[in-house]
Design a protein around this ligand. Structure first.
Ligand code: UD1
Length: 364
């Protein structure tokens, strides 16, 4: 079986790590195409080196742009690659513009497409990711769902026959890296200045357009973080840094200490050492849950609804309007055990097994 994985944005590199390892274990032919959607070393290269992923076989170097231009450039660059390689599967990850571009390029060539992390829904059509997910699911031949809730969404959209529950590959990588952290094998050097790793602190990230693009809203969120009674390590995504610069203000203020995005090992170590997480990232909500830390999510909804159970994750779409904001953001970890809704850390092997089992069986 020959599989081409198409990745491009940081969270996809994290998911690629366990898949690449499982492909190697299973002796399958696996090519990696990097679209170049993320290109800063700290958004891309450090994930390949840090997670032991072989360098991409092909790098498209597409870079940033409007959603349409970025997606279109990727689509036309992928077309000749898929046509030449004619893989058994194009494997696409998550919900970014790289995901939808690769799914479209493949489906138009009748190359079978498998979608990893299928079936997630926010039901918020303001999010570019929501269009990407829904359209990719409906284009794909095989839907690899991480949870039963995702399977239920797919069934409601008439996609049950193409769907398989495989678990969440982020559990594979997160728990493996956590064990390295607990064994003392990861040095955390990248926490922002002013955050003492030995004293309580929160880890924060912010990058959703709905939170970053309106200066008044971004200021209100930053001020709410700055008013917390513990240091907040804001690991600033380039979009956030660029937007703040364009809006004409500094991110740092009060309790808010600004740092760079961290390599994956350091991020996991930073969360393990923290009192909790405040974020609008999908991946980090789940990592907080897997690492036993309370998470506060600055969004009106989450795709990862399982994390809300037992209060592990709390939605705070407008922190500045929340009367008990400090109590919410600094609450202790719940004691409720909600089991393992994301699987047992062996999802990548299951993905490769299902791909091999169903290879050649689609109607494309
Ligand atoms: C993308 C994904 C989002 C995912 C996020 C993870 C889409 C629509 N969005 O959002 O689902 O959660 O990645 O990080 O695909 N930039 C740099 N250097 C980089 C990359 C980006 O400076 O290496 C800056 C550029 O100004 C760029 C902006 O960040 O315009 C946004 O990048 P883009 O890839 O368009 O979207 P993200 O916000 O990163």
């Amino acid at each position: 079986m020959k599989v081409i994985s198409v990745v491009g944005a940081r969270p996809q590199l994290v998911k690629l790590a366990p898949i690449a390892a499982a492909m190697t274990r299973a002796g399958q032919e696996h090519l990696v195409v990097h679209t170049g959607q993320h290109y800063d070393a700290e958004m891309s290269d450090v994930f390949f080196s840090g997670l032991g992923i072989p360098a991409p076989d092909i790098h498209l170097g597409v870079g940033s742009g409007s959603h349409g231009a970025q997606t279109g450039t990727m689509l036309s660059a992928l077309d000749p690659i898929f046509d030449k390689e004619r893989p058994d599967w194009v494997l696409v990850y998550g919900d970014t513009n790289s995901t939808i571009a690769a799914a479209l390029a493949a489906v138009k060539l009748h190359v079978p497409v498998a979608h990893l992390e299928a079936g997630l829904r926010s039901f918020n059509r303001r999010m570019p990711e929501e269009h990407n997910r829904v359209l990719t699911d409906h284009a794909a031949d095989l839907l690899l769902a991480p949870t039963q809730v995702a399977m239920d969404h797919l069934a409601r959209e008439g996609l049950a026959e193409r769907s398989r529950l495989v678990g969440d590959v982020m559990v594979d990588v997160c728990l493996q890296v956590r064990d390295q952290v607990l064994a003392g094998n990861v040095a955390v050097t990248g926490l922002p200045e002013g955050v003492d790793p030995a004293a309580p602190y929160l880890v924060a990230t912010l990058h959703r357009p709905d939170n970053t693009d309106d200066p008044a809203r971004l200021t209100a969120i930053l001020d709410a973080l700055a008013a917390l009674p513990v240091p907040v390590a804001l690991l600033a995504h380039p979009r956030l840094v660029n937007r703040a610069a364009a809006h004409g203000f500094d991110l740092a203020r009060g309790s808010l200490h600004v740092g760079r995005p961290l390599p994956y090992g350091e991020l996991v170590a930073a969360v393990v050492g923290s009192a909790g997480v405040v974020t609008d990232s999908g991946g980090l909500q789940k990592e907080a849950f897997l690492l036993g830390k309370p998470c506060t999510t600055i969004r009106p909804e989450t795709e990862w609804v399982e994390t809300l159970e037992g209060g592990w994750n709390v939605l705070a779409p407008d922190p500045h309007l929340l009367p008990d904001w400090t109590a919410v953001a600094t609450r202790p970890a719940p004691t409720v055990d909600i089991g393992r809704p994301y699987g047992d850390g062996h999802a990548a092997d299951e993905v490769v097994r299902v791909l091999a089992e169903t290879s050649g069986s689609q109607e494309a």
